[in-house]
Design a protein around this ligand. Structure first.
Ligand code: PMP
Length: 402
């Protein structure tokens, strides 16, 4: 049965993490992993999450029963308001169904399997940005879709190639599915401006494309949950039907608890019972029910006004530290007169920065300086801290001049 199966291509990020873990050099800096780190380089359990955990532990009726197929209502109802806004017309009109998923990846997957059966055109392809999160292509292909790319990054200026993006979306056949990063685009950190989002929405409407938002960094990107939901709310306000995959991995630090939701907005509330029952069926067939513990934590935080406010503060702490590290790296590179323009380090947002370093420079940084980043030159800014940023800047300076 199994003799003819070729090995799967190595996953760049997982390979990097193995190499980095095996490197015992004290100068090592891991800028690969997409997880928040404190200024001491440690994982951070959000104080608001610790408080929610204390409350959950003291509940006399706490148990480990299954959740319902749709998930924990405290989570799904809170997550809807977070994404669409408490005053969202789509929510008021009963046009949104939300199902709990296995974090953002699971939300993408439930959406992908659902669309395989019910996408606007039977032969519609899934359009992903070039570049995109390393798992998008594999995920949508695994669900049986044809995957195509639209231009996104101008690799010269390290800015958005808005003309290329609009041209590709316009040239695509009508009624395709377009995956859009809601904020803090991974891996580039380059987001459209509000005016550019309007232009993207114009073309999407003109061509009848279905937006599939991937929202893995709401509140983590700018520290402002409403600002980070701008694109989703714009498309919803303009009457699009759409999907949103939402992750609580980064913004609540619940990575391994696998907490997320998939939201589907339909044109007419009458369509909701059929759509929700199909989504429940897909989820039941693949995971049966989602994970309970992270959902209880996130549900507690989202439903309690005081905890919710504390969560917004905790997100500010993370996003402010990341912004400070962007500024620190840029100013050190500029002080060293490192050849090149480093303004993109601070104009990009979110966890990642697309440095523009070549694969050869990335390899030199790894081999000579014990500095780990993905081959495309993406760094996780969360891996920088006040103890290592000087070293990182000097290492980058040296390989750029080599
Ligand atoms: N989409 C994007 C764009 C991401 O960056 C990530 C996290 N790396 C995810 C989805 C999914 O993450 P998770 O499954 O951990 O929520």
């Amino acid at each position: 049965f199994f003799a003819a199966i070729p090995p799967a291509p190595a996953d760049g990020i997982l390979k990097l993490s193995v190499l980095s873990k095996a490197d015992a050099n004290p100068s090592k800096v891991d800028l690969g992993v997409g997880a928040y780190r404190t200024d001491d380089g440690q994982p951070w359990v959000l104080p608001v999450v610790q408080e929610a955990e204390r409350r959950l532990a003291s509940e006399p009726s706490a148990n480990h029963e299954y959740l319902a197929v749709g998930g924990l209502p405290a989570l799904t109802s809170g997550a809807q308001k977070l994404i669409f806004g408490a005053d969202s017309p789509a929510l008021a009109e009963g046009r949104v169904y939300t199902i709990q998923t296995i974090s953002g990846t699971g939300a993408n997957m439930v959406g992908a399997v659902f669309l395989k059966q019910f996408k606007p055109q039977r032969d519609a392809a899934i359009y992903i940005s070039r570049p995109t999160w390393g798992n998008h292509r594999s995920l949508f292909q695994t669900a049986g879709h044809e995957v195509r790319e639209y231009r996104y990054c101008n690799y010269e200026s390290l800015d958005l190639d808005i003309d290329g993006m609009l041209a590709d979306l316009r040239a695509a056949p009508p009624s395709q599915v377009v995956v859009l990063h809601a904020c803090a685009h991974n891996p580039t950190g380059i987001d459209p401006t509000e005016a550019q989002w309007e232009a993207i929405a114009d073309v999407m409407a003109e061509r009848g494309h279905l937006p599939f938002f991937d929202c893995a960094y709401q509140g983590f990107a700018t520290g402002d949950v409403d600002r980070d939901a701008f694109a989703i709310r714009l498309f919803a306000a303009r009457g699009f039907e759409l999907l949103v995959a939402e992750s609580f991995a980064k913004n609540m630090g619940l990575y391994g608890e696998r907490t997320g939701c998939l939201h589907v907005v339909v044109a007419n509330a009458e369509q909701l019972p059929a759509v929700s029952s199909q989504l429940n069926r897909v989820s039941r067939a693949t995971i049966s029910t989602a994970s309970a513990y992270g959902a209880k934590i996130a549900g507690t935080v989202l439903q309690d006004p005081a905890l919710y406010r504390e969560w917004l503060d905790n997100m500010q702490t993370m996003s402010a530290r990341i912004k400070a590290m962007r500024a620190a790296l840029r100013s050190r590179l500029e002080a060293l007169h490192t050849p090149g323009d480093w303004s993109h380090v601070t104009s990009q947002i979110g966890m990642f920065s697309f440095t523009g370093l070549s694969t050869t420079q990335v390899a030199a940084l790894r081999d000579q300086y014990h500095l780990y980043m993905t081959d495309d030159g993406r760094i996780s800014v969360a891996g920088l801290n006040s103890h290592n940023v000087d070293y990182v800047a000097r290492a980058i300076d040296a390989v750029v001049r080599a």
